[in-house]
Write a protein that binds this ligand. Sequence first.
Ligand code: NAD
Length: 438
Amino acid sequence: MSELFKRRFSRRHILTTAGLGAISATAIGSIGEEVAAQEPTQQATPRGGPLPPQIEFPPISASTEVETGGPPTALPPERRLGFAIVGLGRLSLEEIMPAFAESKLAKPTALVSGDAAKANQVAQQYGIKPQNVYNYQNYDNLRNNPDVDVIYIVLPNSMHREYTVRGAKAGKHILCEKPMATTVEDCQQMIDACKNANRKLMIAYRCQYEPHHRAMIQMIRSKELGAIKVIQADNGQNQGGDLNQWRLKRALAGGGSLPDVGVYCLNATRYLTGEEPIAISAQTFSTPGDPRFKEVEESVTFQLRFPSGILAICSTSYGFHEARRFRVFGSDAWGQLDPAFAYNGLRMMISRKSPTNSMAENVSEVRMSQKNQFALEIDHMADCVIQNKQPHTPGEEGLQDQKLITLIYEAAQTGKTITLPRVSGLDVTRGPAPRMLK
Ligand code: NAD
């Protein structure tokens, strides 16, 4: 591996070269201006402020070895932003609550659930005050709680709009799970509500904060793989269990595999290229008689064409065995993450002609330390509030995916290729690249 390549993927380099895109106004609309001034929030103690200095150790390994990055630094608890978690389902309890242990800027300070016994148990487990446990009826009372700066919405998809709008009206910043909502209109209402309340809105696209994904974006944008020709992305799992689960109900989920897991493929093609598609074609299929797919689709394949000529081929399914990967085919090399969309265990492979043996292909693995994606995303939201910055994945990012999901269904239904106006500029729906914290 060349010295340049090694340096490019040294940990320090990845942490410091995350920034790439600029925001520009386009036909699909530019993201909102940074909020000029924050209303003072009633807080028991002032939040935020600078991180304490990193504790340094003298080096113990040669310059040929990968750097460890040193010990993390974090805000003391009383200066961290307080998060209220809304909806205590699998994602909240299995991933999000544990992720706060790795957060550097945030702490869980309130819970909102329809199940008081469960919420009280979780509150005890995480040291959350009993008076900071809410239900869906008294949720709006969060307005009077100075322990809460940000509301993290982890409810079924069609409920995201209502709880975002109510949360913004209660004066809190909003971090909302993907998919942003189930209709374009709902997404727009969420953006408007946060804008009117002068609050920040971020969609929890965790992969966009993860080092392997950031490194792949960097490789593509710096032409490490040559000119990108094709991106192939697949994300799905065999969805089983309870036939009454909300994911199989159109009214709650908005669709089947496409908005739930296919959105990762769609979003990846957009953040890897930075471009917006100009043509969409698609097909859907559900196995006849399968009781899981009475209301929502099983499988979707879709193809996108981007202004630079890059083509994307994506598949998603609730019927195939778990696969969560993408491969980017460039003129000089290909790069892949497999898995790409899993919570952990991400692996990056690069394949190119050997620089020392013209008869050989070098297939190499680029290893980076695994980070908790939820902690990274939560800290980005907290960082944006503290620094008064636009989130990297604001409401406009979720809105654009929702618009494209709607068009993918339309293309599948009509069997026609849908063309879209060309959007100039890169990363037009994104805020500044995330600052990676030590
Ligand atoms: P889940 O079914 O495990 O939890 C949903 C929670 O909402 C439960 O606590 C449930 O009681 C509550 N709820 C309130 N009203 C409800 C209603 N009318 N019907 C059903 N449940 C209701 O779901 P989950 O897997 O935690 O997903 C929640 C959200 O998180 C979804 O938007 C999903 O797309 C998203 N998600 C994101 C990721 C990711 O990697 N970012 C992973 C999984 C889920």
